[in-house]
Structures are given as C-alpha cells and as structure tokens.
Design a protein around this ligand. Structure first.
Ligand code: MD3
Ligand code: FE
Length: 206
C-alpha cells in the first residue's frame, strides 16, 4: 500500500517489516565500525539525536558547518560500505513511490531515545535535489512533522511506526520537516532494541 502525504511524497506502511531483523543486524555492523555520536551544530548546540553513516558519503556537523564527508571525522577512515540489504530496500521503496533507479550514495542512521527530537529543518546539503530521499523507521513510534517550503508554513503530524518507509521527492523534496520529542512507547522489536528509534535516511548526496 502507499499513502500520499504530498504530490511526490508517500508513506509505505510496514514496507520494511519483513526485512527489519536483517536491517538491524546490518546497523549493528555499521555502528561497530562507526559508533553513534551526538554532533554539535554550527550554532553550538549538541543534537539530542545520535547518528552514524554508511555509504560513500556521510553527513556530519561541527562548529564550522554541515557537510558530507567521505571519511568519519572521529576516526579519519572511510564510512562503512552501504550494506546490500540497505541499497536494495531503498531502491525497492523508491520505485514503489515512482522513482525508478534510485541509487543512494549516503545513508544517515539516526538514533532516538525518549526525549530526542529533531527540530524543523530542510535537507539541502545534497548536490542533486532531483533525487528522492527514502527513510525507514525502526523501533519506537514517532510523530513526524511535515511542513511547506517556508519555515512558517503550517505543519501536519504524521505518526510513523516500526517498519514504515517514507519516500520524498520532486516538489516535496525541500519541504520543512522534523520529529517531535519521542515518547517511551513499546514496539514490536522491544526485546532487541529497547527504548530506541532508529531511522535510516537514504540520499544521493554527490
Ligand atoms: C521530508 N530525519 O535525518 S525522515 C534527517 O525520522 C531527518 O530521523 C527524520 O529529517 C527522522 O534529516 C525524518 C527523513 C526525511 C528526510 C528528508 C526529507 C524527511 C524529509 C526531505 C523533505 C521532506
Ligand atoms: Fe531531514
């Protein structure tokens, strides 16, 4: 099933469910080489969301700005390769949303704990705004905020649960969005993940 949330944005409810355990195995492999960390924004705030990356490019932030980097600034070595299961899922989900041939070169892995939030922002650090972004929600539920092309535009709230995939492209690619502070709530992989939400976002950064 696919539910439109914009002219070129779709929720694919439960699309990643059959692959969730395999995705978590792969995330453990990535985090063993490039541990989750809390980045500092150019404004000097430490993000409540922890992140790591895999793929040719990884998103990072420090006092000097936001950027994509080929190496993990903490270790100086390239980010872990993108697991085949990640690339395949992103490609399959994008195709269902009408974006054939999506080949992401960057995967941000965001980790939320109760209270973690992501304030309203645009994703504009990627070179090619023509490519879509696909995101996969695992673990605790969250409420996603979806706004317009101006920060002040009204936002709608979209609940996302374990296994949901969302694809954004075209005219929806630069819409403001965020995640409300996470509430501790149970989910189907509680025994494995506990009170965490993991979000994978697949991008074409270069
Ligand atoms: C909507 N992550 O990492 S899904 C991010 O759940 C980010 O962790 C959120 O926003 C999360 O930047 C939301 C990803 C997402 C990515 C790009 C978008 C949603 C988007 C671009 C346009 C509209
Ligand atoms: Fe974003």
């Amino acid at each position: 099933a696919r539910e439109p949330i914009g002219p070129a944005a779709f929720v694919l409810p439960g699309f990643a469910l059959p692959r969730a355990e395999a995705l978590l195995d792969a995330i453990d492999g990535v985090a063993a080489r490039a541990p989750f960390r809390h980045l500092v924004t150019p404004g000097g705030f430490t993000m409540s969301v922890a992140l790591t990356n895999c793929g040719a490019l990884g998103w990072t932030s420090d006092r000097r700005g936001y950027r994509y980097s080929a190496v993990d600034p903490d270790s100086g070595v390239p980010w872990p390769a993108m697991p085949e299961a990640f690339a395949q899922l992103a490609r399959d989900a994008a195709a269902l949303a009408g974006f054939e041939g999506f080949a992401p070169d960057a995967c941000l892995v965001n980790r939320y704990q109760p209270g973690s939030r992501l304030s309203l922002h645009q994703d504009r650090d990627e070179r090619d705004h023509g490519a879509p972004i696909a995101s996969v929600s695992l673990g605790m539920p969250a409420v996603f905020q979806f706004g317009g092309l101006a920060r002040a535009d009204k936002t709608v709230r979209i609940p996302l649960v374990h296994g949901d995939v969302v694809v954004w492209g075209g005219v929806d690619r630069l819409r403001f969005h965020g995640v409300l502070p996470l509430k501790d709530a149970p989910h189907p992989l509680q025994a494995r993940l506990g009170a965490q939400r993991i979000n994978l976002t697949f991008r074409k950064a270069a």
